[in-house]
Design a protein around this ligand. Structure first.
Ligand code: ADP
Ligand code: MG
Length: 257
């Protein structure tokens, strides 16, 4: 029997009340243990897909399963298996750093002692221990990003979803974050990542799906995608896809030579 996918999306359609059709029948499978990249231009529908998966948006039609659990109609088990670091910083400004983690654990039914231990471990991991009694609104941008990631991991999700986690963060934090995420991926956590950094996606992701105007337009490993578009890198495949191949760095270098 084939293993249950970590995430299985079938014919997902999302029409917002404004009439915008953000997803026009998307299907994709993410295997357990995979590091999966969802790439596409702004407005392609990446966050909408993630919001439908995590219960933040109601799909118009289609089916979403997280480790086999229906994420729309029986979302409790699906939600417990997912940790989300959303694109928009959505911290409660009146809570301290430690309370943020503790409340999140409480929401997922973790006993007090386990919450305390897990929070301590994550605060240390993300260099937030000294800030644990500070209110979230006083944190720097990078610290807020760290806390959002720690919060996503608090209940030990089997599927971690990172929606542009490194947009606007400094280089050190970006590298630190990738090291950490690669480690937990090696230890078994499935990762769904959206990012604008194509070189990083190429290094990190086993499998990539390109999404454009609400549709998955290509997918495969980075080498497969490059071959499909007749180019050498994931970035160039992306530029071909969005019709901007004149921006290719490989072409610029070839022209200069
Ligand atoms: P991405 O994350 O790939 O940049 P989004 O999923 O945020 O794309 O957006 C996809 C499309 O849906 C865009 O046209 C966007 O304007 C629209 N959209 C996103 N959220 C909403 C919303 N809450 N109400 C109406 N339209 C929305
Ligand atoms: Mg987005």
């Amino acid at each position: 029997m084939p293993a249950t996918p970590a995430l299985q999306i079938t014919d997902l359609v999302k029409r917002y009340p404004t009439g915008v059709e953000a997803l026009k029948g998307v299907s994709l499978d993410i295997g357990e243990g995979e590091f999966f990249g969802l790439l596409g231009p702004n407005g392609a529908g990446k966050s909408t897909l993630i919001h439908c998966t995590t219960g933040l948006a109601q799909p118009t039609s289609g089916d979403i399963r997280v480790f086999g659990h229906d994420a729309v109609h029986h979302y409790e088990q699906a939600r417990a298996a997912v940790g989300l670091a959303p694109q928009e910083v959505n911290l409660d400004w009146f809570l301290t750093v430690e309370e943020t983690l503790d409340y999140h654990g409480g929401y997922f039914g973790m006993p007090k002692r386990e919450r305390r231990e897990r929070a301590k471990e994550l605060l240390a991991e993300f260099s937030l221990t000294e800030k644990r009694n500070d209110r979230t609104r006083t944190l720097s941008g990078g610290m807020k990003r760290r806390l959002i990631l720690a919060r996503a991991l608090m209940h030990r999700p089997r599927l971690l979803i990172l929606d542009e986690p490194t947009a606007g963060v400094d280089v050190e934090l970006r590298l630190e974050l990738w090291h950490y995420v690669q480690r937990i991926n090696r230890e078994g956590t499935t990762i769904l990542l959206t990012t604008h950094y194509l070189e990083e996606a190429e290094q990190l992701c086993d499998h990539v799906a390109f999404i454009n105007e609400g549709q998955v337009v290509a997918q495969g490993s980075s080498p497969e995608l490059a071959a499909q578009f007749g180019v050498r890198s994931l970035e160039d495949a992306y530029l071909e896809l969005v019709g901007r191949k004149e921006l290719s760095r490989a072409r610029a270098e070839a022209d200069a030579a």
